[in-house]
Design a protein around this ligand. Structure first.
Ligand code: PLP
Length: 284
């Protein structure tokens, strides 16, 4: 695999980042994951815009322009012959040469790393046909979940808790309401209405969420942006989640209770189809 580090394209075994890098020592880094279908980028502009926002919110310098980022993504697709998969991008506050809590000055440049992950069959994921199971866990993450930082320890623990409970993923609950999934935005469908938590600092502003809600509204589906509870999810007609790597994924069980008939519902199936069709058309 050919990866990108600070302007260089290298075989992965030759890529190096300092042990003093703040991404490594402090989780002082932000990231994006963009999917690739048919060798083209899905929703690149959305991911680039959110990356710029994450950097701004943390007073972190941008490593390069959006055009340069696009060129790097395309170069990695070409060099790795990537047809279907993901591109991971990370920007950290760089390597100050020592460990210190205070942010370094502008002389320390950000560290930019990108790599590809080949996922043949990403769009044809068999899980979308049977749906997945989630458990609910307490949301004990920090309060700025709208910034896409690499602080992924608790979401990783959540996935492990789900596995241990015989489920696939976890939905996080704060003050009685679902915030989001460990790595996705959460939805229920009741009486034809699509319900998903409103944007704020308590959830990530999903790029797939924005696209799916736009397509839903264009298709005259009713959308309600408000928090919902696990009890509402259990009593819903359907549930699903969205993310750049899973697109629209039906959820058929919440804390052991079947949602609706316990099979993927028509709204999730339709949104998945529209999202994949429209995104492929708009891919660059
Ligand atoms: N929420 C969290 C916590 C995430 O980590 C992610 C994606 O990684 C999402 C939501 C979905 O965002 P997107 O659709 O931009 O992938």
């Amino acid at each position: 695999r050919i990866v990108h580090v600070n302007g260089d394209y290298l075989p992965e075994e030759d890529a190096k980042v300092s042990i003093f890098d703040r991404g490594f020592l402090m989780s002082d880094a932000v990231y994006e994951v963009t999917s690739v279908l048919g060798g083209k980028l899905i929703d690149f502009a959305g991911h680039a815009t959110r990356l710029a926002r994450s950097l701004r919110e943390l007073d972190m310098a941008a490593p390069c322009s959006e055009d340069e980022l696009l060129a790097i993504h395309r170069e990695l697709i070409a060099r790795n012959d990537l047809d279907e998969g993901l591109i991971y991008l990370q920007v950290s506050r760089g390597n100050p040469g020592d460990r210190d809590f205070a942010f370094p000055g502008p002389e320390v440049k950000p560290t930019l790393v990108l790599f590809t992950q080949a996922k043949p069959g990403l769009a044809d994921n068999p899980a979308a046909k049977v749906g997945i199971k989630v458990i609910s866990i307490d949301d004990i993450r920090w309060g700025r979940r709208d910034i896409k930082t690499v602080q992924l320890l608790y979401p990783s623990m959540g996935k492990m808790m789900a596995k241990k409970a015989g489920a696939d993923d976890a939905w996080l609950v704060e003050d009685g309401f679902v915030t989001e999934g460990t790595s996705n935005n959460a939805y229920i469908v009741k009486g034809g209405r699509i319900i998903t938590r409103n944007l704020g600092t308590d959830i990530l502003h999903g790029i797939t969420r924005a696209a799916v809600l736009r397509f839903a509204r264009e298709a005259q589906m009713e959308v309600e942006e408000r928090p919902f509870t696990i009890e509402e999810a259990k009593a819903a007609d359907e549930a699903f989640f969205t993310s750049a790597s899973a697109f629209v994924m039906p959820v058929v069980e919440v804390d052991g209770a079947k949602v609706g008939a316990g099979t993927p519902g028509p709204v999730a199936a339709r949104l998945r189809e529209i999202y994949l069709d429209e995104s492929r058309k708009a891919a660059i």
